[in-house]
Design a protein around this ligand. Structure first.
Ligand code: C2E
Ligand code: MG
Ligand code: MG
Ligand code: MG
Length: 277
């Protein structure tokens, strides 16, 4: 390639960039293989009703068991999957897997699945969601799709159309990681969400010197006024839970209750809850 670039162009070799590019190229190749080799797993993190203190749903979180590198965090490979377009196939696999699994849970438990910006804009999302519901037999009302604000800044009309298509299928929509990125309160008026997930950064600052409780309270009030539920992400302490409960937040998710666990373990947890009730 350097030759064909002509005699006036020069390639700059920076060893550290070269190594990074190689690593990334390898990751991309590995990602392509991972689906075929069955290296992906979906883990499930309970979503807990704060007033009743019971599990009412779970979030599907992707895990990659790499043969050499062990468990790789989605934070490390989702961005690459997004850049290369592989997220389309991977995301569809997660959606189908999560719906099949959730169909075996008690009827009132719902499943939340993350949808990446590229998946959201692919124009086939509604078709794929409908197919996953049909294949699994899961009631549409039990599926919740989590989208982030980044999908909304592109094209308001197009985003609104996609959201309405999904709504017509009967699935619920949650706004994930609210408060990060280009948060705009106007989104909450323009787009039809069922739930706002308040980002972990606000939850971890509750009771700290930079106390974020007033922000959390404002989001909870605003959501309630629009008939939207709220989920607090990353709840790690009893003190955080108590503040959130008092503020009227609907739901919590975090290590205080449980991290994301394999499907079999989640089933045990749900069975134990059903037995106790
Ligand atoms: P997210 O959707 O905001 O998911 C919540 C993340 O917070 C998860 O990280 C979860 O394990 C972590 N978490 C939950 N409770 C606690 C807590 O108490 N403390 C702390 N420190 N962390 C907690 P995870 O599993 O590493 O996933 C990271 C992100 O990767 C997710 O953030 C989501 O954006 C993305 N992701 C995961 N699975 C999928 C997927 O199937 N598709 C897409 N498109 N993205 C996914
Ligand atoms: Mg999420
Ligand atoms: Mg989140
Ligand atoms: Mg988050």
């Amino acid at each position: 390639a350097a030759k064909s670039e002509g005699r006036r162009t020069y390639r700059i070799f920076a060893p550290e960039y070269d190594a990074k590019a190689k690593q990334r190229r390898q990751l991309e190749l590995d990602l392509r293989q991972a689906l075929l080799r069955g290296e992906f797993e979906v883990h499930y993190q309970p979503l807990v009703d704060l007033a009743a203190n019971v599990v009412t749903g779970c979030e599907a979180l992707l895990r990659w068991r790499h043969p050499q590198r062990g468990m790789i965090s989605p934070a490390d490979f989702i961005p690459v999957a997004e850049d290369t377009g592989l997220i389309g196939e991977i995301g569809e696999w997660v959606l189908r897997q999560a719906c099949l699994e959730a169909a075996s849970w008690p009827g009132q438990i719902h499943i939340a699945v993350n949808v990446s910006p590229l998946q959201f804009r692919s124009r086939t999302l509604a078709l794929k969601v409908a197919a996953a519901l049909a294949e699994s037999g899961l009631a549409p009302g039990r599926l919740e799709l989590e989208i982030t604000e980044t999908v909304l800044i592109r094209d308001d009309e197009e985003a609104l159309t996609i959201l309405q298509q999904l709504r017509e299928l009967g699935v619920r929509i949650a706004l994930d990681d609210f408060g990060t990125g280009y948060s705009s309160l106007s989104y909450l008026h323009r787009f039809p969400f069922d739930k706002i997930k308040i980002d972990r950064s606000f939850i971890s600052d509750i009771g700290e010197p930079e106390d974020s409780s007033p922000i959390v309270q404002a989001v909870v009030h605003m959501a309630a006024a629009r008939h939207m539920a709220t989920t607090a992400e990353g709840v790690e302490t009893e003190a955080q839970r108590e503040v959130l409960r008092q503020l009227g937040c609907s739901q919590m998710q975090g290590w205080l209750f449980s991290p994301a666990v394999p499907a079999a373990k989640l089933k045990q947890l749900l069975a134990a809850q059903a037995a106790a009730a």
